[in-house]
Design a protein around this ligand. Structure first.
Ligand SMILES: Cc1ncc(COP(=O)(O)O)c(C=O)c1O
Length: 431
C-alpha cells in the first residue's frame, strides 16, 4: 500500500462515506486530514490490535481515543454487555446498576460526593459548568488554551494573545454572545491566572482544566498550577473543575487528582469510566451537586443516561483497574518513551517525547512543550510524514500532532519493541 494511503477497500468505503457523511466521518479527527492521508476502516478489534477492512493488523495506540484501557473486546466486558442486553437495552427508569456505578465513582474519587451519569464527555463538561454557574450565580467561566472540553458552544473558544481573550468563537455557528463569558488563558501561566482573578474574581463561576492536557498532545501541569486553580477558586468563591474525561482512571484509578492528591470542587469523567460505551459522568461536592434537578434549580437530563448496558460495561471495566494494571502501564510507558528517545537521537530528528503514565506524545519540536503556543510551533509536516510511514508499518497512532497516544493493558513488551523499531524507520522518513 502506498505510504499515507489506506488500503483499497478502505479507500472505496471512504468515497462512499464522503457522499453521505460530512467529511466521510462521524468525528473530524478520524478523517486523517491533518496527516494528509485517508482513514483505515476497521472491521474488528481484539486486545491491542485493530483489523482493517482488507484484513491488515494494526497495533492500536488510539484505543478509541482513550477508553480501551483493558484492550479491545475484553472477555469480562463483552460478557457484561451480553448479559445486560438480554435483559433489555434501555428502561428510562432507575436501576441498581446506576447505584453501583455512582457508589463506585464516589469511592474511587474522594472529591466526588454525588455524581450524575450522562452519555458523553461533552455533556459532562457542559453540565458541570451549568451547575457551577447555577451554584455561584455568576456567568464567567475560565478555560485554558489548547484544552478541549467537548463541543458545547461556549467552550469552543479560541484564545488570543494577552492576558485573556473573551468571546472569540473557534467554530462557525457559535454566536459571539454565547462565548462572551468564556475567558481563555494560556495553560501553565500562573501569573495570567492570578491577574485574571485579581481583576474579575467576583464574577468567575468556575475554572475548567484538563489536569494533564491530552488535547494539544501530552502536556503536564507546571508545579503548583493545579493547586493554584483550586486555591483561587476557593478564595474567590468559584468552582474548580477538573476535566478528567481523558485522564480519569487512566493516570491512576482516581485520575490525575488521585495521582497528585488534589480535591477539585467538581470532576468530569468519560472514556474509560464508560467502559467503551456512550457513558460519562460529572460530580463533586455535595452542596454543589444539590443544585442539580430535581433536587435543585439547575436542569439537566438524558433519555439514555445511566443506560444499563453501558453501566454494565463500565462496572466490568472499573472492577479490573488494580495496582498490577497501573504498574504494567507505567512500565510499558517508560519502555516506549526510552525507546522513542533513543530512536530520535539515532535519526537526529528534531523531536521530543512527553509522557505522563500511559499517555504519550512525540512532538516534532526540540521542546519542552508547556503551552498551546509551544505545541502550535511543532513541525506538523514532519509529523504527517512520520505518521504515514508509521501507519504503513502497522502502527495505528493518533493522526494529529495535537493528540496523545494511549497504551493499554493488552499491549506487551514485544508490541512496544516492534513499535520502537517502526518509529526509527518512520522518524527517518519524516525528514
Ligand atoms: C478532556 C476531554 N473533555 C471532554 C471531551 C469530550 O468528550 P466526548 O467526545 O465524549 O463528548 C474530550 C474528548 O476527547 C476530552 O478529551
Amino acid at each position: 500500500m502506498p505510504v499515507g494511503m489506506a488500503d483499497k477497500v478502505s479507500q472505496s468505503l471512504f468515497e462512499r462515506a464522503a457522499r453521505v457523511i460530512p467529511g466521510g466521518v462521524n468525528s473530524p479527527v478520524r478523517a486523517f486530514r491533518a496527516v494528509g492521508g485517508s482513514p483505515v476502516f476497521i472491521t474488528r478489534a481484539q486486545g491491542a490490535y485493530l483489523y482493517g477492512a482488507d484484513g491488515a493488523k494494526y497495533t492500536d495506540y488510539i484505543g478509541s481515543w482513550g477508553p480501551m484501557i483493558l484492550g479491545h473486546a475484553h472477555p469480562a466486558v463483552v460478557a457484561a454487555i451480553t448479559e445486560a442486553a438480554v435483559k433489555g437495552t434501555s428502561y428510562g427508569a432507575p436501576t441498581e446498576l446506576e447505584v453501583l456505578f455512582a457508589e463506585r465513582i464516589t469511592k474511587l474519587y474522594p472529591s466526588i460526593e454525588m455524581v450524575r451519569a450522562v452519555s458523553s464527555g461533552t455533556e459532562a463538561t457542559m453540565a458541570a459548568l451549568r451547575v457551577a454557574r447555577g451554584f455561584t450565580g455568576r456567568d464567567v467561566v475560565v478555560k485554558f488554551e489548547g484544552c478541549y472540553h467537548g463541543h458545547a458552544d461556549f467552550l469552543l473558544v479560541k484564545a488570543g494573545s494577552g492576558l485573556a481573550t473573551f468571546g472569540v468563537p473557534d467554530s462557525a455557528g457559535v454566536p459571539a454572545g454565547t462565548a462572551a463569558n468564556t475567558a481563555t488563558l494560556p495553560f501553565n501561566d500562573l501569573a495570567a491566572l492570578r491577574a485574571l482573578f485579581a481583576e474579575k474574581g467576583a464574577s468567575i463561576a468556575g475554572v475548567i482544566v484538563e489536569p494533564v492536557v491530552g488535547n494539544m498532545g501530552c502536556v503536564a501541569p507546571a508545579p503548583g498550577f493545579l493547586e493554584e486553580i483550586i486555591a483561587l477558586c476557593t478564595k474567590h468563591g468559584g468552582v474548580s473543575i477538573f476535566d478528567e474525561v481523558m485522564t480519569g482512571c487512566r493516570l491512576s484509578p482516581s485520575g490525575m487528582q488521585g495521582r497528585v492528591g488534589l480535591k477539585p470542587d467538581m470532576t468530569c469523567l468519560g472514556k474509560i469510566v464508560g467502559g467503551g460505551m456512550p457513558l460519562a459522568a460529572y460530580g463533586g461536592r455535595r452542596d454543589i451537586m444539590q443544585t442539580v434537578s430535581p433536587l435543585g434549580p439547575v436542569y439537566q437530563a438524558g433519555t439514555l443516561s445511566g443506560n444499563p448496558i453501558a453501566v454494565s460495561a463500565a462496572l466490568a471495566t472499573l472492577d479490573r483497574l488494580d495496582d498490577v494494571l497501573y504498574a504494567h502501564l507505567e512500565a510499558l510507558g517508560a519502555r516506549l518513551e526510552a525507546g522513542l528517545v533513543s530512536a530520535i537521537a539515532k535519526t537526529k530528528v528534531t523531536a521530543c517525547v512527553q509522557r505522563v503514565g500511559s499517555m504519550l506524545t512525540i512532538f516534532f519540536s526540540k521542546g519542552p512543550i508547556t503551552s498551546w503556543d509551544d505545541a502550535k510551533a511543532c513541525d506538523t509536516v514532519a509529523f504527517g510524514k512520520f505518521h504515514n510511514a508509521f501507519l504503513a508499518q502497522g502502527q495505528y497512532w493518533p493522526p494529529s500532532q495535537f493528540e496523545a497516544a494511549f497504551i493499554g493493558n493488552a499491549h506487551t513488551n514485544a508490541d512496544i519493541d516492534a513499535t520502537i523499531a517502526a518509529a526509527e524507520v518512520a522518524l527517518a522518513a519524516s525528514v
